[in-house]
Write a protein that binds this ligand. Structure first.
Ligand code: NDP
Length: 302
């Protein structure tokens, strides 16, 4: 891989690598922030299939990129490319934000802090000592599990299609939280319902919902009646999982607040100053009003 700062572009370059990324709202969020701050800076999308990760990171460094976000499916795969792994990335085993510094690439996980930051604004219930259900075991689920651990959750049930990923998540994240009971189940509805019968929070952290024809990971009807449903996926309107939960009278939110809150943390890391949250929110909302995302209400990547 090439060294950092190979080129000196006439504006600060930032961006998102992942697959898919095409309809992410992050450019609207960050470009609104740069405009509000009068910065000569730009945030672009870089679609990178799984096999092309290292080559693309090298190319971005050659372009002189100052920092970038990482989304599915690269959040764990990008970790070995970091010269410095910050605590948030170490605790989760996943990187969603990279700083390009003279010392090399510094990997952070701002999904973790951004998730916690979103609880107050969204009115998510206090989870200390309580049980929570996490659907999915990828990079986002790792950040959620660590954030819940830091909040003092009593039990985390991880429900995923393949146990290999669940085992890896528990192996990497659980040692940091000896007071939390981690339990693993498949996505079988009866198994999830039984394991999560006392859950006060259900976090939907699979990538299901990114496509309009995606099935739901589980039917929200199996969740306890007072469970708060938090879908990390977002779209122009409600995601199907949020819609299903609300139809049952459950409180629910999609991933837009998380998108904003992790972006606020990224901005501060990259630019060393407080992010203009309201300008970022307005940028996101204007993009949605313009029919952003994919223009049809389909949820997309961060
Ligand atoms: P990963 O690729 O790391 O993980 C994907 C997860 O989805 C895995 O648990 C995987 O299960 C599961 N999954 C994929 N396809 C299916 C399927 N057909 N049936 C059941 N489970 C499936 O992605 P991330 O963890 O990085 O992201 C997950 C989601 O969270 C994405 O939609 C992303 O956009 C969203 N997100 C939103 C953020 C925001 O700011 N709002 C921030 C971070 C993430 P398996 O292991 O069995 O393959």
């Amino acid at each position: 891989m090439s060294g950092p700062h190979m080129a000196v572009p006439d504006q600060l370059l930032f961006g998102l690598i992942g697959y898919p990324v095409s309809h992410s709202l992050s450019p609207a969020v960050f470009n609104a922030a740069f405009k509000a701050g009068g910065l000569k800076a730009r945030y672009d999308l870089y679609p990178v299939p799984p096999a092309g990760l290292e080559r693309e990171v090298g190319r971005l460094l050659d372009l002189g990129i100052r920092g970038f976000n990482v989304t599915l499916p690269h959040k764990t795969a990008v970790l070995p490319l970091m010269q410095v792994v910050e605590d948030s990335a170490r605790m989760t085993g996943a990187v969603n934000t990279v700083q390009v510094t003279p010392a090399g690439l510094v990997g952070h996980n701002t999904d973790m802090g951004g998730f916690s930051d979103s609880f107050g604004p969204l009115g998510v219930p206090d989870v200390s000592g309580a049980a929570a259900l996490v659907l999915g075991a990828g990079g986002a689920a790792r950040a959620v599990a660590a954030a819940l651990g830091l909040m003092g959750v009593g039990k985390i049930v991880i429900a995923n299609r393949f146990t290999r990923e669940t085992d890896a998540l528990i192996r990497d994240v659980a040692p940091g939280f000896p007071g939390v009971r981690f339990q693993s189940v498949s996505l079988d509805p009866a198994a999830v319902a039984e394991a999560a019968e006392d859950a006060v929070l259900c976090v939907q952290a699979t990538s299901l919902g990114l496509g309009t024809r995606d099935p739901l990971p589980v039917d929200p009807a199996i969740l306890p009646g007072d469970c708060y449903v938090y879908d990390l996926v977002y779209g122009i309107g409600e995601t199907a999982f949020v819609r299903g939960a609300r139809a049952l009278g459950l409180e629910a939110a999609d991933g837009k607040e998380l998108l904003l809150r992790q972006a606020v943390r990224n901005y501060a890391l990259w630019l060393g100053e407080e992010a203009p949250l309201e300008a970022m929110r307005t940028g996101m909302e204007e993009e949605i009003a313009r029919g952003g995302s994919n223009g049809e209400g389909t949820p997309e990547a961060p």
